[in-house]
Every structure is written in C-alpha cells, then in structure tokens.
Design a protein around this ligand. Sequence first.
Ligand code: FES
Length: 128
Amino acid sequence: MYTPQLIDHFINPRNAGVIEDADGIGTIGDPECGDFIRIHIRVRENRLQGVTFEACGCPASIATTSVLTVLALGTTLKEALSIAESDVVEALGGLPEAKIHCSNLGTAALRQAIACHLQQKKSNFRYL
Ligand code: FES
C-alpha cells in the first residue's frame, strides 16, 4: 500500500524535466526491472541551485526521486551526497518492502550527477 505522500509525489512530481547546460547529469537504471532515472543539477557556490529529473519507471521510483529533489535543493554538495535512501523513504512516510529498491535509483543518479560535476571541474583545472 502506498502512502498519501507517495501518491502525491507520483501524481504531481516535483522538479520534473531537464536543465539546459546542466553542471552535472547522472543516469542510473535497474537491469532487473528496466526502470531508469536521469538527474540534472545546477551548482552555484557549491550548492544545488537546481535539481531536476527524468524518469522511466514505476510509481515508487518516480515518487522517491521527486521527493529526493525536494530534499536536495539548496543543499551543499556534501549534504546532498549524504542523503540516504532511508531519508527518501522516511520523507514519503514509508515504502512497501518490495519497493524499497526503487529508492536507490534517484539517490544513485544524484550521486553520479555530483560526481560528473566534480569530474568536469577537475578536468577544467589547469596547473599554471
Ligand atoms: Fe524497479 Fe521500482 S520496480 S525501480
């Protein structure tokens, strides 16, 4: 049984879409079920100024990623990296046991988007 919070985030996903010229993009799929999530981030002064997502997945993967974007917006990169799957589940008031794995996709995609951003910054660094 899904919670009212989950149903709300599934029917009215927050921050769905793309960020043109994103500072980082992360895409994660689950080969078992075929669902995937892509997250775009905009970073300003080490904070997530923008977090959006695209999804091809089940209601739980969409709702967990939607609430993840809400949790992540405005956080520092370090804070965003520390958002755990359990934080996402808690923010939705729980998930059926069989759907817990769905909360992994968004968090993994966000971590990958941040890693992508940090890698880009590193490759732009030039020794003088
Ligand atoms: Fe695969 Fe939900 S069933 S992410």
